[in-house]
Design a protein around this ligand. Structure first.
Ligand code: GLY
Length: 595
């Protein structure tokens, strides 16, 4: 063993001993470490259990995603969709589609798009009335708000390609939790109460949300027998049950009865897609993140690169601030807002489903383009924004988890129903909620969606098209090793939360926990010059930003970041203090690590 390796093992052991881990010194030589950062304790327990019984990061991800569909019904799902970014240096995959891509092959990175698709009967103006006005909430609540779900197909396809444990084994924990029940947390009870009130007057057709999730009380044991049966069918028949079998028929029967659009043909035609992830070079890291139909990867790389290109300008402004007594956070917040204006303007104009439009990904993240884009960034005043219809900033929804196994494979997964509890429609007999992802399309050019972001033709509705997303499951690599696994829920704030978390770790040198808990700020071009902030942003910063001309909006919830960081000493795992997540680093005895 070389000196470096020995030093690393000793440091790891000392660190774990000092943080109360039950590490047995004699075993350290043979043990490897895995890490998880999960949005609730049930998914954390199951991810750990799967890794300890010899599963890899993908096994743990599949089992956890099914568990969250039971224990985190506001965002974990069968009836929604999402994205998974993977780093798989230790999983041998013969004849896989993306392995044809030399660049991905060299980096061992992959991206699975299991985003929802517009049904075949969807059309560009489907949410407009006779006067060409958007019909309020039609794309958000009720039977016509859902895209064709992608989650079950996504988990099936990633399992087929990368998993090492049997599909049935991975569904078993979720089946047991649905059958035997789990304890409702205060977060789930509060969110279900909020959603019940929110949808009360928003659908012309009665919804059945209340009879399934409406009266949840903290501490009650929630059993979901219908969902347990659905999970058992999926365990036995795989994705076929959901897209062609009994579950598909239940879904279509109920949706069609209420003028929903999804047909058996839509379900039968759904496929998750392996896509080339966005890879940006930044400070010696490869930032690997979500490509279109997400805007996340492009936006995060744009923010990081522009920040780096303009670092001298920023440093001068910070020096000036120190001399004049201004807070450095004010300057940085304004600087981020200037970058974000440009990034969200690109998002609105260029981005959509790459199967329908040409998205100039390489150009949008090229140094040359970004240098030009950053030229107008002002450090002492606010750049003009075009005034387009403003919308709301953010709602809590979506969920993310980050997993690394002891071999060094990593999964960063974000999936969602869109709003918490999606469309409010539960499939009767099958027990799962349908998404309301159609609202992520641009229902009318220039009209903001629920997150306040606008779009145009690139993100217009069309049959089988995938709606633009901000979900950004991200992995940072350096020297052929995973350095960070990160992601968060939060609608359009996902991008800025992931950006700030990366900067907090790499440039501000924060620990993983400090990085996720630090106050965050968010600007997205529209509403004009509005900065959303966490309550713990210092008063001085708020006052100074207002003096500069920004308006501020307090946002109690801005993401639920799940972060893993590879330090020189050991893995650090951190769950956001804004949520109820659980993060652990633990020993896994792997066959390869035994002498
Ligand atoms: N539904 C939120 C997003 O995909 O960005």
């Amino acid at each position: 063993m070389n000196l470096f390796k020995l030093q690393r093992l000793i440091m790891t052991a000392l660190l774990l001993a000092s943080t109360g881990f039950s590490s047995v010194w004699a075993n350290v030589h043979y043990a490897h470490y895995a890490a998880v950062a999960m949005p609730d304790k049930y998914s954390a327990q199951v991810a750990k259990q799967i890794l300890q019984q010899g599963g890899n990061a993908v096994d743990a991800a599949v089992a956890s995603a099914f568990v969250l569909a039971v224990t985190y019904p506001e965002a974990g799902n069968l009836g929604g969709g999402g994205f998974m970014t993977l780093y798989t240096p230790k999983i041998v995959v013969p004849n896989s589609p993306t392995d044809k891509d030399a660049e991905n092959n060299a980096l061992n990175v992959h991206f699975l798009d299991y985003r929802e698709q517009a049904p075949l009967a969807a059309s560009q103006d489907m949410y407009l009335d006779d006067n060409n006005q958007v019909i309020p909430y039609k794309s958000l609540v009720g039977y016509q708000a859902s895209g064709v779900p992608g989650t079950v197909m996504g988990l099936w396809q990633v399992h087929q390609r990368f998993a090492s444990l049997a599909w049935q084994t991975l569904l078993q924990p979720a089946i047991e939790l649905a059958q035997n029940g789990f304890e409702v947390s205060s977060q789930l009870a509060d969110r279900s109460q909020w959603f019940k009130r929110w949808i009360a007057d928003k659908s012309s057709t009665p919804l059945n949300f209340e009879s399934y999730f409406g009266g949840l009380k903290v501490g009650q044991v929630l059993k979901q027998p219908e969902l347990a049966k659905t999970l058992k069918r999926i365990a036995k028949q795989g994705a076929e049950d959901f897209y062609l079998g009994e579950t598909a028929k239940m879904m279509v029967k109920q949706l069609q009865k209420h003028d929903g659009l999804i047909t058996l043909q839509d379900l039968a035609g759904y496929q998750a897609k392996w896509r080339k992830p966005v890879v940006g070079e930044w400070l010696g890291y490869q930032v690997v993140s979500a490509p279109p139909p997400s805007s996340g990867g492009i936006a995060i790389v744009q923010l990081l690169k522009m920040k780096q290109q303009l670092v001298d300008k920023l440093d001068k402004a910070l020096l000036q601030a120190r001399k004049s007594g201004l807070s450095e956070t004010t300057i940085k917040t304004h600087f981020y807002a200037e970058l974000e204006k440009r990034v969200y303007a690109d998002r609105a104009h260029f981005l959509g489903d790459p199967d329908f439009i040409d998205v100039p990904v390489d150009k949008l993240i090229s140094d040359e383009y970004l240098r030009e884009r950053g030229q107008g960034v002002l450090l002492d005043e606010i750049s003009e924004s075009e005034l387009i219809k403003p919308g709301k900033i953010e709602l809590p929804e979506t969920t993310h988890f980050s997993i690394v196994d002891a071999q060094g494979n990593a999964v960063s997964n974000t999936y969602t129903l869109n709003m918490p509890f999606g469309s409010g429609v539960v499939i009767e007999g099958a027990g799962f909620l349908m998404n309301d992802e159609m609202d992520d399309f641009s229902t009318k050019p220039g009209v903001a969606n629920v997150f306040g972001v606008v779009g145009g033709q690139a993100n217009a509705i069309a049959p089988r098209k995938r709606m633009l997303s901000s979900m950004s499951p991200t992995i940072l690599l350096k020297d052929g090793q995973v350095q960070m696994v990160v992601g968060t829920p939060g609608g359009s704030t996902i991008i800025t939360s992931v950006f700030q978390t990366i900067v907090n770790v790499v440039e501000e040198r924060m620990s993983a926990q400090q990085a996720v808990d630090a106050p965050r700020v968010h600007h997205q071009l529209l509403p004009k010059d509005l900065i959303a902030y966490n309550p713990d942003l210092p008063d001085q910063v708020k006052q100074e930003l207002e003096l500069m001309g920004y308006s501020l909006k307090k946002n109690n919830y801005m993401g639920d970041v799940q972060l893993l960081v590879n330090t020189d000493k050991a893995w650090q795992a951190a769950s956001d203090n804004r949520g109820e997540g659980v993060a652990w680093v633990f020993e896994v005895d792997t066959p390869t690590s035994r002498p």
